[in-house]
Design a protein around this ligand. Structure first.
Ligand SMILES: Nc1ncnc2c1ncn2[C@@H]1O[C@H](COP(=O)(O)OP(=O)(O)OP(=O)(O)O)[C@@H](O)[C@H]1O
Ligand SMILES: [Mg+2]
Length: 389
């Protein structure tokens, strides 16, 4: 940062002080004493540090915060109590593109002993964040068209396909835009791909039946998680993934989906939903609670970012697709490794089987109508009563 930029940054803050009336006047000539600026945003920091002159009411800063917003935009945060304050000017990071590299991911998964690896991304190729979905089973991905939602889905699913065998993990996919997930047709791990909500209903019904079965299994063994079952009895993990889930207009399907999400943790069922715009209508308090992990790609505006709970994702540059804010323990800005369609196809090709059939749950163990009628709505309490007592 050169002297000129430094001067410009200072003047901008002084302007805010002047217009907000944040200064002390002394002497007969009413000389203005402005807060002392100790540090301006530069290549290393994204904040100002300043101290108020004694006698200036610190509450003024809060009251006149709008002046700072008018001058710096609304992605700013003020921190401090009496005298010393930090004003953070949050700009989206420019993270260079990261290539998808499975051996490197595998190294991290092994080193960190991750059971259910969900690849996120990083700030540089060497340090990628992968979280374990065992305790945070349900993920919501959102962002405007072209922001990178489907690409990260490919990264997550391709990684799981390579990491687990078809007897260890099963995918149930829904792609109502009919554009992205057909690549997975033929992959042995994939049990069903639905392109119409009508096809998806039966898949969910089947999964609900699977919940009941797994609940019974846990009861019989008096354990609380399928990971605790004896190896030979352990059912495969299930990943249920819906691209553009807002296209589900059927209330029953939505109810089933949420029921599966609420019970999935103990049963090894993991949910990944993606949508373009988070809205209050869809993200009710219940749904928010269930979808605890968020990946907020570029959102159209601040409101959408706030609803999704990744404030700042509206600032992600259009020029940086694949960049997102991960809301897990705290907010982190990351860029997903990139896997284009051809490469995804190349990886998946190794796992394809000519005898593959879509929806093969229908043939063997699809519940009949009577069974479904009998199956009452499950709650975690129903299932665990015995195991807990
Ligand atoms: N991690 C990434 N690194 C670099 N470029 C990326 C990354 N992710 C996505 N892109 C680029 O952005 C384009 C759009 O990404 P993608 O198809 O995933 O968007 P989307 O959010 O699913 O959009 P839509 O809502 O229209 O389906 C990709 O074709 C690719 O060129
Ligand atoms: Mg997409």
């Amino acid at each position: 940062m050169n002297i000129f930029q430094n001067f410009k940054a200072r003047s901008k803050l002084v302007k805010a002080f002047r217009e907000g009336g944040i200064y002390k006047t002394i002497g007969s000539d009413e000389r203005k004493i402005f807060p002392k600026i100790h540090c301006v945003p530069n290549d290393q920091y994204d904040y100002y540090v300043f101290t108020l002159p004694n006698g200036v009411d610190p509450n003024l800063l809060k009251k006149r915060f709008y002046v700072f917003q008018q001058i710096f935009g609304d992605g700013i945060y003020l921190d401090g109590e009496f005298k010393k304050f930090t004003l953070t000017i949050k700009e989206s990071k420019k993270i260079p593109e990261i290539n998808y590299d499975y051996p490197k991911l595998l190294e991290i998964i092994k080193k960190e002993n991750i059971l259910m690896p969900i690849v996120c991304g990083g700030e540089e190729t060497e340090k990628l964040r992968i979280y374990d979905a065992t305790n945070s089973p349900n993920l919501l991905i959102y962002g405007e068209p072209g922001s990178g939602k489907s690409s990260i889905l490919h990264v997550i699913l391709s990684t799981l396909t390579q990491y687990y065998s078809p007897s260890q993990i099963e995918f149930y996919l829904a792609d109502f835009k009919m554009s992205e997930l057909n690549l997975y047709e033929g992959v042995e791990h994939v049990k069903s791909i639905s392109y119409l909500t009508n096809d998806f209903g039966p898949a969910l019904k089947y999964l609900k039946k699977e919940l009941t079965k797994r609940g019974q299994l846990l009861k019989d063994h008096k354990v609380r998680h399928i990971n605790k079952l004896p190896e030979e009895q352990k059912p495969p993990y299930i990943v249920l993934c819906v691209d553009e889930f807002v296209m589900i207009k059927d209330d029953q399907i939505m109810t089933d989906l949420l029921q599966i999400a609420s019970l999935g943790r103990a049963y090894g069922i993991y949910l990944i939903l993606s949508m373009q715009r988070p809205s209050h209508k869809i993200l009710s308090t219940d749904v928010r609670g269930l979808l605890s992990v968020r990946m907020g790609f570029r959102t159209v505006d601040k409101r959408n970012a706030m609803i999704g709970e990744t404030p700042g994702s509206e600032k992600i540059s259009k020029e940086q697709p694949g960049t997102f804010l991960l809301n897990l323990d705290e907010l982190a800005e990351l860029r997903a490794p990139f896997l284009n369609e051809e490469k995804t196809e190349e990886i998946l090709g190794k796992f394809k089987n000519d005898a593959w059939v879509n929806h093969n749950y229908k043939k063997s163990s699809s519940p009949d109508k009577e069974e479904l009628k009998e199956q009452k709505e499950l709650t975690e309490k129903d299932v665990f009563n015995d195991a807990v007592n």
